[in-house]
Design a protein around this ligand. Structure first.
Ligand SMILES: [Zn+2]
Length: 558
């Protein structure tokens, strides 16, 4: 690689522009970092062993919003990434979940799935295509492209497709993600963006780096006994990976990958390894390098979404040594990225924000053991009870199309043909469900269309409600409950964690800023994740994304 040559050219370029034409108040590069499933407390919980150059450096040099929340439900990855970058909520940008039910065509729909496109760079032609077409509003990435007459470059990278595609919006130059379904785990893109992968992506893939990173043994950074912020290594709250007999270190991925190879997801093992974060950092740096991001006076943008903390959290839970070790190592990756940016872009010439797409709840069995409120919202039992009720009330259980966790979809066509009034059937369902254990609130689509809720759970549900996608009756469960469809699941055998509610454990996430134009400070003002995109619009003198409902965070500016 001509890395040295490219670096020196970049330096020369930046040098010649300094003091001549460059507007010093504007960053050369904006770096958006999303850490998937990072809770607010994880900035602090492990801080004793964070280095000075990673999370702590952003906290020390930048601006920290200690009370940043998601303001809608459900709090899941696709909705989170879309909301961060559009400055608005699912009710407007339309990404109401990772998937949702299309009650008009009676099919389940994935947030970025698009059969009209194909994957570019995969070894497997049969993987479904993707695009951002279901995202109904513009992102700050789009506004940067539009505002610069498409001279600004925008690149989005993640292990997850949705973590890359949604932040980039409709006009990103490229989004790349990790194809875990196909060996040997290449970074791929969509025909929405390009016909062929750029040479640098192909070289990165063909270097075999994904295989090298997978063929490793994960041992903790420090002696196991020193992980004082976590439970014991062999804990009942953790899932056990195939090929292992306990949820304990070391994780020999050379061995573990074999059973997963048979399932066709061998390379997804990188998503549960600290090397998944390293791979993504490597790839992000290659993108900055090879696409010359931040090399001139026109502001570019790179969106980086770290997926591994979410997968490790789901698998082992918040009390696991595995997760603690992932954060200690991610801190080192952030430090490596910052050092690279300092050197290549210039310490004061990039603007960075770091946040998350949602939080997570403590493991339910762990909560139960410690006498904290928890339980299981048993979706299959709710569905059975509702079906029985609809059968006895209307003599036709087909009126219920789908019970999709916190959303109930009715067969509107059948209701109409039966001479029933949709609004009254919705109300009947809502009134029935509110009597069931664990359900705290029910709202009908008619109520959501006709009322405007300003605060509380009703407002959260409304901000997550899109009339074409979110069904007929929407639910909120009691705090501490996890949703599950397995009728056999017992509270004391729950493993790992989950997220999706409107409670603080799922809504409260880090939001820290650093770099060009940002002053040092912190605030405990309650702010919303949707405030990020309009803040960037203010800093960069851009029109806000078209659906923006957030408010710029003016206190971060010098
Ligand atoms: Zn998740």
């Amino acid at each position: 690689m001509n890395r040295i040559l490219i670096v020196s050219l970049l330096l020369l370029n930046g040098f010649s522009l300094n003091g001549q034409t460059r507007d010093l108040s504007k960053p050369k590069l904006v770096v958006g970092i999303v850490v998937d499933q990072m809770r607010f407390d994880q900035l602090y919980k492990y801080e004793e062993r964070y280095g000075e150059g990673g999370f702590k450096r952003i906290l020390n040099e930048g601006f920290n919003f200690k009370n940043a929340h998601f303001n809608y439900t459900p709090t899941v990855t696709a909705a989170g990434h879309a909301s961060i970058y559009t400055g608005t909520t699912p009710s407007i940008h339309g990404i109401i979940g990772n998937s949702w039910y299309d009650q008009f065509n009676e099919v389940e729909v994935g947030n970025v799935n698009d059969a009209t496109e194909v994957i570019i760079g995969s070894k497997d032609d049969n993987i479904n295509g993707t695009s951002p077409r279901k995202l109904l509003s513009t992102t700050i990435s789009d506004q940067l492209r539009l505002g610069s007459n498409f001279k600004s470059k925008v690149i989005s990278v993640s292990l997850k497709d949705r973590g890359a595609i949604l932040p980039g919006g409709h006009t990103a130059n490229a989004a790349y993600w990790h194809d875990y379904q196909t060996s040997p785990g290449y970074f791929v893109s969509s025909s929405f963006y390009m016909d062929n992968l750029p040479d640098w992506v192909t070289s990165f893939n063909e270097s075999g780096i994904a295989n090298t990173y997978l063929d490793t043994v994960w041992v903790p950074l420090y002696p196991i006994s020193s992980y004082s912020e976590s439970d014991v290594d062999d804990s009942p709250y953790e899932r056990i990976l195939r090929g292992k007999s306990s949820p304990t270190f070391p994780y020999n991925f050379k061995e573990i990958r074999k059973p997963y190879r048979e399932l066709g997801v061998e390379y997804q093992m990188l998503w549960i390894s600290p090397n998944g974060n390293t791979l993504l950092t490597d790839f992000a740096i290659e993108a900055i390098e090879n696409e010359s991001l931040g090399s001139d006076s026109i502001t570019d943008l790179i969106n980086i979404s770290y997926s591994v903390p979410d997968v490790v959290g789901h698998t082992f839970g918040l009390q696991s040594i595995e997760l603690e070790d992932i954060y200690l190592r991610l801190d080192m990756e952030i430090e490596r990225l910052l050092n690279y940016l300092d050197k290549t872009i210039g310490k004061d010439d990039y603007l960075l924000f770091l946040t998350s797409d949602h939080g997570a709840i403590q493991n339910a069995a762990f909560l139960n053991k410690h006498k904290l409120p928890t339980g299981i919202a048993r979706i299959n039992e709710y569905e059975k009870a509702l079906r029985r009720h609809i059968r006895s009330k209307y003599r036709n259980e087909s009126l219920l199309l789908k019970f999709d966790y916190e959303r109930v979809y009715l067969n509107r066509k059948l209701i109409d043909e039966s001479g029933l009034e949709l609004r009254s059937v919705q109300q009947e369902v809502a009134d029935f469900l509110i009597n069931l254990d664990g359900i705290r609130l029910t709202l009908t689509a008619s109520q959501l269309q006709n009322e405007e809720y300003k605060t509380g759970t009703r407002a959260q549900i409304q901000k997550g409600f899109h009339p074409k996608r979110a069904g007929d009756v929407l639910l909120a469960f009691e705090p501490g409950l996890i949703q599950n469809i397995d009728p056999e699941l017992k509270i004391n055998t729950v493993q790992g964690t989950t997220h999706g509610s409107g409670y603080a454990y799922d809504t409260h996430v880090p939001l820290i800023w650093k770099g060009t134009g940002i002053q040092k400070g912190e605030s405990t003002r309650k702010i919303s994740i949707t405030d990020i995109a309009p803040s960037l619009a203010m800093i960069l003198n851009l029109q806000m994304p078209n659906g923006t409902t957030g408010i710029p965070l003016m206190e971060i500016l010098k």
